[in-house]
Design a protein around this ligand. Structure first.
Ligand SMILES: NC(=O)c1ccc[n+]([C@@H]2O[C@H](COP(=O)([O-])OP(=O)(O)OC[C@H]3O[C@@H](n4cnc5c(N)ncnc54)[C@H](O)[C@@H]3O)[C@@H](O)[C@H]2O)c1
Length: 502
């Protein structure tokens, strides 16, 4: 029963899968929704067909999941880091073994290409492996005090952590949040996006199979209402949220009521700066990687591409030629490089940004239209042709707002000083990129956020990832994330008599 969705994957193709198993998971098993009446259809983006029904969890179900996570936390937090590591390494091994099946299911639910989904799943198990490696290293300090007294510190878990995910990297987000949480001895209740509910529960099954106590990683389905129940629950110690800025603000506000810790991984409108002394071939490849992965639905995409005026003509010629050549279509085909956007309303929103850009004076050099693949089964899918916009100005909507689709805005610049000022002139602060052959750490230091030099969208699990300004705070990945899922306890030990002032 538990493995049936995945077991049907090897023979599955686009347009054939229906998921009927329950998508909630707590107490060590899948749990049927209590009431089906609020069910919402979930669509396969490549066909527009209904893939499954998502039934939001209500207050009682959320409470049940949290209680089950709390019970598991009591056991898991008492285990040694090395014991936790062993279980997590087994989970990573199982994911690696099933990577093709999980990736296929992810594609069917999310619409991204199978080539990319396989990378996402690999990054997911790597994250669990990485934090398993750190679980045994959690330690404190010993501090000597006068008269033989001393103090020591211990790194302790927080308790039950909540993870709330976006729809663009469903399995990977669940792994990036749960891996450091579990390594530190916490339990996690995870709520995926209502548009991508099917793979988080697979992760829950894998953790169980690997040997975590029942309830340690739970999945509750739902949207805003379920999310807010999680943020308000008194037994929750921390909320790690990935999503848009407006929702992030609400999560922070709700969490503040009971002083829960929060990590916010929010949106962006990142700049990519291409200097005239760059290796043009690499800069063009970088611009494509910075804009068109996952149909442009990537938070840290470098969607404001600043190009030094002298090389603008060559840059545009090359970038447009390659953008036109991107194969858009059936995301399960290995030859496809761009799949379908997440939903019909989202596709319409992205196309609306292109129309608005035209009205404001931008020139469409390619793409920006709905795309209908020749395969009849894809006729109802949410495809569009990847778009490059020229003639852009900093005050245009397409340059200021997060589009979250395959739309690149290209802007000319003259000097480094000017471009850094323009690049930083945004309330977002997630990522940036610089292409140049000269030493450019100066530019990296001057951008208000993470900076990729001579590449873009590289996120190895060892490297911290996260935002400045309204793109959020806290970090995911890297050693530092341990600090966001643990707290430091201090113990002071007196060895002599108490010197009292009274
Ligand atoms: N910085 C990052 O790491 C990162 C990664 C991926 C996506 N994103 C951002 O996510 C956004 C796209 O994702 P989205 O459309 O799913 O975002 P969203 O903000 O609409 O939803 C994100 C999650 O929050 C939940 N939610 C909605 N209202 C809520 C509420 N009131 N209380 C609690 N939870 C609530 C949703 O159900 C979903 O699970 C983009 O802005 C993108 O940049 C950021």
């Amino acid at each position: 029963m538990a493995q049936s969705t995945l077991d049907s994957m090897p023979g599955a193709s686009t347009g054939t899968v229906v998921v009927t198993e329950p998508l909630n998971f707590w107490g060590g098993k899948r749990v049927k929704p209590r009431e089906e009446k609020n069910a919402e259809p979930v669509f396969e983006p490549a066909t527009g067909r209904v893939l499954c029904q998502m039934v939001p969890c209500g207050a009682e179900e959320v409470d049940e999941a949290i209680q089950s996570a709390y019970a598991a936390y009591q056991k898991w937090s008492k285990m040694a880091g090395m014991e936790r590591a062993r279980v997590m390494l087994e989970a990573a091994r199982i994911i690696r073994e099933r990577r093709e099946k999980i990736a296929k299911l992810e594609v069917i639910n999310n619409g991204k290409s199978i080539t990319e989904a396989l990378v996402d799943i690999d990054i997911a198990w790597q994250s669990i492996e990485y934090y398993a490696g750190l679980a045994g290293t959690l330690a404190g300090q010993h501090i000597q005090l006068p008269g033989g007294a001393f103090a020591y510190t211990r790194r302790e878990p927080l308790g039950v952590c909540v993870g709330i995910g976006a729809w663009n990297y469903p399995f990977q987000i669940a792994s990036w949040k749960s891996a450091p949480a579990l390594a530190c001895g916490n339990a996690m209740v995870f709520k995926p996006s209502p548009m991508t509910p099917v793979t988080a529960v697979i992760l829950a099954e894998i953790y169980k199979e690997a040997g975590v106590p029942d309830g340690l990683f739970c999945v509750v389905q739902g949207g805003a209402e379920t999310g807010s129940l999680l943020c308000h629950h008194p037994k929750v110690a921390k909320v790690s949220f990935t999503g848009s800025v407006p929702t992030g603000k609400k999560v922070m506000e709700m969490s503040a009521k009971s002083v829960k810790q929060v990590t916010l991984e929010l949106g962006g409108k990142s700049p990519l700066i291409i200097f005239k002394d760059c290796e043009l071939e690499n800069a063009v490849k970088g611009a494509l990687m910075a804009n068109f992965l996952t149909q442009g639905e990537v938070c840290c995409n470098g969607t404001r591409v600043f190009v030094q005026r002298e090389i603008m003509p060559q840059f545009l010629e090359e970038v447009v030629k390659r953008t036109k050549a991107i194969p858009v279509g059936d995301p399960l085909l290995e030859s496809t490089r761009m799949g379908a956007l997440i939903s019909k309303p989202h596709l319409e929103k992205v196309l609306g940004f292109v129309s608005q850009a035209k009205k404001e004076g931008a020139r469409v050099l390619c793409g920006g239209d709905p795309f209908v693949p020749s395969d009849p089964k894809l006729k109802g899918g949410y495809f569009m042709s990847p778009c490059v916009l020229d003639n852009c100005r900093d005050d245009m909507t397409c340059v200021k707002e997060e589009i979250f689709g395959p739309v690149m805005s290209v802007l000319p610049f003259d000097t480094e000083e000017e471009v850094i000022q323009r690049a930083n002139n945004t309330t977002f602060g997630l990522a940036s990129g610089v292409f140049t052959r000269s030493v450019c750490h100066e530019s990296a230091l001057h951008t208000d956020w993470t900076c990729f030099i001579n590449n873009y969208n590289i996120s190895p699990v060892e490297v911290p990832f996260g935002g400045y300004k309204m793109s959020g705070f806290g970090r995911e990945n890297g050693q530092v994330t341990i600090e966001y899922y643990s707290q430091l306890k201090t113990v002071v030990v007196e060895m002599g008599d108490v010197e009292s002032l009274f």
